[in-house]
Design a binder for this molecule. Structure first.
Ligand code: NOJ
Length: 555
């Protein structure tokens, strides 16, 4: 019988031939994601195959050789399910099908077979917190107060004096509550009003959502990135959230309050453990949970060895931190220190929600960031297009599409700039489509595209390929130990070590040369990679220079 959430069997209680717990087995066998690199594809913007200006599954399939040649191990697809696209797929109208924009289930089956044929893995985006308001479940739920699905969503009467039930603010601005005239109640939406929150306290919702996971795992997917996992359960009494004393008007309206009662509830951890147990039934499947929380609350989403939760609570520190060596050193050390002994780290520098790394810190430092991402201890996630160094993109106001931008235009946080189509070559529409794409291309696409960068040995693309190949060839860079070293000023310095191999990573995050690092020069055997032109190591670091050095074994 298939496992359903609630009433679960613990993963650690599953029969194992040797009698070891799963945790102990894990120590003997390194799962693929600890060595691997995840590549995020935003399906609307990867490759169009049917001339509508929007990417699709057949397009992704046609570009798989590119992904494989890049040297990554797994692909995470942002949502591909039927959706009215109010939030570009994060408003799901049917969890067990494919939006016709992207293809159909046959196209999906062809894609997953082609992914696996190349030795790659495929992760889907699971969106459990909310559905689309056009999902049949919500249509039923809002049809009347006594509909059997009424309690599948979160409905509340007005506050005693009238108005919204509490002060909760949507992540996209404005109240989290939307009034439904027909049935005289408010429903909760942590994001757009077109994205009503599901009621995960209802066992029927849990059963339906476990069926969704079974559907895709049974179809062969290798795991999920789980959207806003820390949101899925709310405090039962719906108290007001406390005011955030540090809020300033230049950050999102949501942050006026601390999301104390609307997120990170104990019951959500229980559900996360149940998701993990369900996934374990299918073998080596990966769960990556989207979690934005301070370090120690973030680490709780690993669970315990006896009752594990997600394998990787997504770690956004590199996206959120100022690009400053002292700050990053502290962030990296604090993050490492916050991990439970059995917890595997992960890192990310770009996504469909964040500004492009090259736009944020410039192209020279984006190379340093790539070296950091691919040499820290932990699974890296690389976002499509960052391997080309796509930077600032101009989106004319009439072409903006991001609903978050329209709800808070003054904040200039539009996510469209990170979602522009992949520029493949210098042909019309950059080889992405035969017609005008849904979002403009990067301004410099005639020169910044895959084909041009493939021809240029010094390009960002070839730099990424080199780093990814190094990571594969040197296990010290993936599964090796990690030691942060003391360093002055703008420099980050750390050592990765595995079975006698020692590698030092030196990153100059500043515009000044740094010298001399003589003590470190003594033991250097070879320079494996440089963000700049290759040169023998002389104990100095040039501006924007990052190096991976092979060291002599310790005496
Ligand atoms: C996080 C997703 O990454 C983002 O794109 C989306 O808008 C929200 N979750 C709501 O699903």
């Amino acid at each position: 019988m298939q496992r359903r959430f609630a009433g679960e069997q613990r993963a650690s209680e599953l029969p194992s031939p040797s009698g070891f717990t799963l945790h102990m087995m894990r120590e003997r066998q390194i799962p693929w994601w600890e060595r691997g690199v995840i590549y995020q594809i935003y399906p609307r913007s990867f490759q169009d195959s049917n001339d509508d200006g929007i990417g699709d599954l057949a397009g992704i399939e046609a570009r798989l050789d590119y992904v494989a040649a890049l040297g990554v191990d797994a692909i995470w697809l942002s949502p591909i399910y039927p959706s009215p696209m109010a939030d570009f797929g994060y408003d799901v109208a049917d969890y067990c099908d494919i939006d016709p924009i992207f293809g159909d289930l046959e196209a999906f089956d062809r894609l997953i077979a082609a992914v696996h044929a190349r030795g790659l893995k495929l992760l889907l985006d699971f969106v459990p917190n909310h559905t689309s308001d056009r999902h049949p479940w919500f249509i039923e739920s809002r049809s009347s107060r006594d509909n059997p699905k009424r309690d599948w969503y979160i409905w509340r009467d007005p506050a005693p004096g009238g108005g919204v039930p509490n002060n909760w603010i949507s992540d996209f601005g404005g109240s989290s509550w939307e009034w439904d005239e027909a049935t005289g109640q408010y429903y909760l939406h942590a994001f757009l009003k077109e994205q009503p929150d599901l009621n995960w306290r209802n066992p029927e919702v849990r059963a339906a959502m476990s069926d969704v996971l079974h559907f895709w795992l049974g179809r062969g997917v290798d795991g999920f990135r789980i959207d806003v996992l820390w949101h899925i359960v709310k405090h039962q009494a719906f108290p007001d959230n406390p005011l955030n004393p540090d809020w300033t008007p230049d950050v999102t309206e949501r942050d006026r309050l601390l999301q104390h009662f609307s997120t990170d509830q104990p019951e959500a951890h229980e559900i996360s453990a149940e998701m993990r147990a369900l996934a374990e039934d299918y073998g080596e499947r990966l769960l990556v949970g989207e979690i934005f929380l301070p370090a120690e609350r973030h680490a709780r989403w690993y669970g315990t060895p006896e009752r594990p939760q997600v394998h990787l609570p997504f770690n956004f520190h590199l996206i959120e931190s100022p690009w400053d060596a002292a700050h990053l050193r502290a962030v990296i050390e604090d993050y490492e220190a916050s991990l439970p002994g059995f917890g595997w780290p992960n890192w990310v520098i770009g996504s469909h929600d964040a500004p492009r790394i090259a736009a944020r810190i410039g192209e020279a430092q984006a190379r340093v960031a790539a070296m950091l991402l691919l040499t820290l201890r932990g699974t890296p996630t690389l976002y499509e297009g960052d391997e080309l160094g796509i930077g600032h993109v101009t989106i004319p106001p009439e072409r903006m599409r991001d609903p978050q931008h329209f709800r808070q235009p003054s904040l200039n946080i539009g996510r469209d700039r990170s979602r522009t189509p992949m520029p493949w070559d210098a042909s019309p529409h950059a080889g992405f489509s035969t017609c005008e794409p849904w979002l403009p291309l990067n301004d410099d696409w005639p020169t910044r595209n895959v084909a041009a960068q493939e021809r240029d040995p010094g390009s960002m693309l070839n730099f990424y390929r080199h780093l990814l190949a190094l990571r594969r060839a040197h296990p010290a860079l993936s599964v090796g130990s990690f030691t942060m070293e003391k360093a002055e000023g703008d420099v980050l310095s750390y050592v990765r070590q595995h079975e006698g191999e020692r590698l030092r990573v030196l990153l100059n995050l500043g515009p000044e040369p740094v010298q001399p690092l003589t003590r470190q020069a003594e033991s250097v055997r070879d320079v494996l990679a440089s963000t700049l032109q290759a040169r023998p190591y002389d104990g100095t670091l040039l501006p924007d220079e990052g190096l991976i050095l092979s060291l002599a074994p310790e005496a």
